[in-house]
Design a protein around this ligand. Structure first.
Ligand code: NAP
Length: 250
C-alpha cells in the first residue's frame, strides 16, 4: 500500500491516462478526487471505483481554464478529505492543424487548457501544500514537449512550456517540502488518439522502438512513483515514458 492515507487529485481523471491513474492510486490505498468537466463520465467512474476500493473516490466538476473552479476544487477537496498530498495535473486536449491555417481561437484553446490550466492547478496545489508543509505535483507533459511535430504548434508549445514550468516550480517549491515533476508520455492508446486513422496509428507505432503504443496503466505507474515517497529525492524531472521514442531512430 504505497499511497495509504494519502489524498490525490487527478485532473482529466474521467478518461484515459487520468482514469488509469485514479484506479492505480486507489489500489495503493489512497483516496482520490476525479476532477473533470461537468457532464463527463467522472461521476459514474467515481461511484464505480468508490464501491470497489477501501479509499474514497469522489468526483468534482472542474474546468482547468477557470481559476475559480480550480480554486474551489482544492478548497472542497481539503474540506472533505482534510489534505491533498499529491496532484496529477493531467487534463489536456489534442490539436492538429497546419500553422498557417490555425485560428487564434483554436490555438489559444489548446494553450489555455494544456499550459495555463497546468499553472492554475499547480498554483492552487502549492498554496495547499505549503500550508501542509509538503506534497507532490506531477504535470503531464509529452514527448512533444521535447520534440517538434508538424501541425501541432499549440500542443508542442504548451507541452514544452509544461516541461520548463515544472523546473521553475520545482526550484521554488523545494525549500517548502513540495516536489514538482513532469511525465512525458509517448503515444498512449487513449480516446485522445481517436481522431487518428489506422494508417496514422501504425505510423506512430513504428516510432516507438518497443513496437507498440503505450497503455494508460504504464503512465499511471510512473505517476504513482513520482507521487509517492519512493520519489523523495526526485524533483524538477521530466520522466519520459515513451517506449524509446526519444532515444532515437533504430
Ligand atoms: P483523454 O482520454 O482525452 O483524457 C483527457 C481528459 O481531460 C478528458 O476526460 C477530457 O475531457 C479532460 N479535459 C479536457 N479539457 C479539460 C478541461 N478544460 N478541464 C478539465 N478536464 C479537461 O486523453 P489522455 O490521452 O488520457 O490525455 C491525458 C494527458 O496526457 C493530456 O495532458 C495529454 O496531452 C497527455 N498525453 C497524452 C498522450 C497520448 O498519446 N494519449 C501522449 C502524451 C501526452 P473530454 O473528454 O470531455 O475532453
Amino acid at each position: 500500500m504505497r499511497m495509504k492515507g494519502k489524498n490525490v487529485i487527478v485532473t482529466g481523471g474521467a478518461s484515459g491516462i487520468g482514469l488509469a491513474s485514479v484506479e492505480r492510486c486507489l489500489q495503493e490505498g489512497a483516496s482520490v478526487v476525479i476532477a473533470d468537466l461537468e457532464g463527463s463520465d467522472g461521476q459514474d467512474q467515481a461511484a464505480r471505483l468508490d464501491d470497489r476500493y477501501d479509499g474514497r473516490c469522489l468526483f468534482k466538476a472542474c474546468d482547468v481554464t477557470d481559476t475559480a473552479q480550480v480554486d474551489r476544487l482544492f478548497a472542497d477537496s481539503v474540506a472533505e478529505l482534510g489534505s491533498v498530498e499529491a496532484v496529477f495535473n493531467n487534463a489536456g486536449i489534442g490539436g492538429i492543424c497546419p500553422s498557417d491555417e490555425v485560428t487564434d481561437e483554436e490555438y489559444l484553446k489548446v494553450i489555455d487548457i494544456n499550459l495555463n490550466g497546468v499553472f492554475r492547478v499547480a498554483r492552487a496545489a502549492l498554496r495547499v501544500m505549503y500550508h501542509q508543509g509538503g506534497g507532490s505535483i506531477v504535470n503531464c507533459a509529452s514527448i512533444l514537449g521535447v520534440f517538434g511535430q508538424s501541425q501541432t504548434a499549440a500542443y508542442t508549445a504548451a507541452k514544452g512550456g509544461v516541461v520548463n514550468l515544472t523546473r521553475t516550480l520545482a526550484i521554488e517549491a523545494a525549500p517548502k517540502g513540495v516536489r514538482v515533476n513532469a511525465i512525458g508520455p509517448g503515444y498512449i492508446d487513449t480516446p485522445l488518439l481517436e481522431a487518428l486513422d489506422d494508417e496514422m496509428l501504425q505510423g506512430l507505432v513504428g516510432l516507438h522502438p518497443i513496437g507498440r503504443l503505450g497503455r494508460p496503466e504504464e503512465i499511471a505507474n510512473a505517476f504513482l512513483f513520482l507521487a509517492s515517497d519512493e520519489a523523495s529525492f526526485v524533483t524538477g524531472a521530466h520522466l519520459l515514458v515513451d517506449g524509446g521514442f526519444t532515444a532515437g531512430k533504430s
